[in-house]
Write a protein that binds this ligand. Structure first.
Ligand code: AMP
Length: 277
């Protein structure tokens, strides 16, 4: 496994793989890797000859009050996990490599970036779009895999790739969960033992809502029940619990082909989840 920290070294290595005729699969991450990340790596390995994984905690997608400094960083453990799963290249750019002092370009993702996650985190998708574009330019992969865990992010990336004519095929990877149903996330490390137990009810609530919607129950009433149920279970605040079209992410009143998305605070931890209806 090659550990690469600079753009010229990355370009040279990827170029040599391409000269051999190898295709390149890419999985961008912020590290603190768990089984969710590893499943994306396996998916990339099935879709391409070589796999590049990046680890970069992207300051451009954090607001000043968010957890950039506290975000878990565990490079040695991450490298061991990636080596075990047969990754070819790990790209670990320093902050100055991605954003030198002279860096002064920003992206605007438009309406899609202002809803759902974008309401609580108005600059989040602009920062994600910027870093993913830079990573795509640096790695120049044939395919890239993003998790459905961040369903709106996957949608934004597909739009970005289409809008900027980036020659990358974007694949979505299914959500990997703990045994109790909690969607794996690097930020789950912030949860106390007691909170972890409560956190499991987020997925359970989504499943109950899906069952009710499939049984033909009223959407508004069912979502209102869901919000109240989460609050009664111990979630401090539900940022959104919404039914959206899976392909356009537009609000929908048709459960067929819809996606149910939620963001809710448990203590200070903001949890995201989503399920297909
Ligand atoms: P992150 O390191 O949180 O930026 O995530 C890197 C990639 O892993 C993103 O494409 C996420 O959507 C994906 N991911 C995070 N958690 C999971 C999960 N539980 N299952 C599948 N993919 C995930």
């Amino acid at each position: 496994m090659h550990i690469i920290r600079t753009i010229p070294a990355l370009r040279q290595h990827v170029q040599s793989l391409r000269t051999q005729g190898d295709t390149i699969g890419f999985v961008p991450t912020m590290g603190a890797l768990h089984e969710g990340h590893i499943s994306l790596v396996k998916q990339a390995r099935n879709a391409a000859k070589r796999v590049v994984v990046s680890i970069f905690v992207n300051p451009a997608q954090f607001a000043p009050h968010e957890d950039f400094d506290a975000y878990p960083r565990q490079e040695a453990a991450d490298l061991a996990k990636l080596e075990a799963v047969g990754v070819d290249v790990v790209y670990l750019p320093a902050r100055e490599v991605m954003y030198p002092q002279s860096f002064d370009i920003s992206f605007k993702t438009g309406a899609i970036g202002q809803q759902l996650e974008g309401v609580a985190r108005p600059h989040f998708f602009d920062g994600v779009a910027l870093v993913v574009t830079k990573l795509f330019m640096q790695v120049q992969p044939d395919i890239a895999v993003f998790g459905e865990k961040d369903f709106q992010q996957l949608h934004v990336i597909r739009k970005l790739v289409s809008a900027l004519d980036i020659p990358v095929q974007v694949l979505g990877g299914e959500i990997i969960r703990e045994e109790n149903g909690l969607a794996m996330s690097s930020r789950n490390a912030y949860l106390s033992e007691a909170e972890r137990t409560i956190a499991a009810s987020l997925y359970a609530t989504l499943q109950t809502i899906v069952m009710r919607l499939r049984a033909g129950e009223n959407i508004t009433d069912t979502l209102a029940w869901g919000t109240q149920h989460l609050q009664e279970t111990g979630f401090a605040r539900v940022d959104y619990l919404e039914l959206r079209d899976s392909h356009t992410l537009a609000p929908t009143h048709n459960p067929d082909g819809a996606r149910l998305l939620v963001a809710a605070y448990l203590g200070k931890v903001r949890l995201l989840d989503n399920v297909a209806v």
